[in-house]
Design a binder for this molecule. Sequence first.
Ligand SMILES: [Zn+2]
Ligand SMILES: [Zn+2]
Length: 404
Amino acid sequence: MGIDAVLAAAQAIDWSLLGERTLCDACLGRLVGKAGHGFANAERGRAIRNAYGLPDGPCWVCGGLLKEIPKFADLVVAKLETWDYRTFLIGSKVDPEITNREEGLWAELRAAHAEPIKAEINREVGKLVAARTGKEVDFLRPDIAGLVDTQYDVVELEVAPLFLYGRYRKLSRDIPQTRWPCRRCRGKGCDHCGGRGKMYETSVEEIVAAEVMKQTGGSGHALHGMGREDVDALMLGNGRPFVLEISRPKQRTVDLAPVTEAVNHSGLAEVEGLRHSSREEVVAIKEDRADKTYRARIRFATPVDVAKLKGAIAALAGARIAQRTPVRVSHRRADLVRERVLRDVSLVEAEGREAILLVTAEAGTYVKEALHGDAGRTEPSLAGLYGTPCEVLALDVVRIHDEG
Ligand SMILES: [Zn+2]
Ligand SMILES: [Zn+2]
């Protein structure tokens, strides 16, 4: 084994085909780079050079590029200096003329165990960077990837976003879940949005992100919620799960207590259970189809007949309802009929023309429409079963049933 495997692989190649062309040790060794473990390609190359008496000289493949590896490592280390990361990965761009020469040579020599030059550059630069920074290489999920452009000596950094999981409560009927850019000016600021570039002064997203952005120095944020409530609805009870995504964070460790404190002092929203998270959790949250319980305050056209209302509620509880896309969202959703189950409906109190109900519904139910009937577009509905029109004065989410 060992160097014998390298020499056995070298034996399958007719080295006289190189003709006048000379190669550096590393480019020579890389032609059998996948044979024999634990050697640098330069070591493989020296063994082959000795065994076949191949001459030294300027390298026909890389033109000396591989001698620049320490310089590339310097560039990466300098670029990484101001960033907080635990793991990294190196990628590289190589002049296509070099890779073309290399691949042509593989074909000519029928080199079956060759390794591409990029793989060597990435690995060797990675080793030097790891040694100098004390950080680890992570092939699957690095905090930062450094892309070395070997032609122009430029390093670009790809910084993995930072994810924080939590649950929020929204205590205001005047703020949306996420930042709502102005459609007319697309964020630049215009008369329509009062120069703010957005339709609401703030949002749960902005309130939660403010302190995180301060700590991380990120370049942007997004809030991924497990569904969303209407702007004028409160989100109470056990709160709604979300993942906050921070782009290009300079710092990756967030002190969570001050974040919770800042949000909870806003008076507009609260958070709990903040912890670090991942992109997988964003996907899981987006796919979740949890039931939700709502507290609805409704007003009928005439004073409530409690016995009759209880009868209508009993008929609606557990019912499968058919909902044609509501008028209020028809400008952005296709017009079709969806079926949803109202798991439970119960009366909390009734007084005069008003009543308060608890409604537990499947994800994706248009709850307001299930109550007022949307002019017959939702069937059955509370108003239909009760036989009197009603309007929904307030609809708040009081529980999200995602926790089993
Ligand atoms: Zn070379
Ligand atoms: Zn605007």
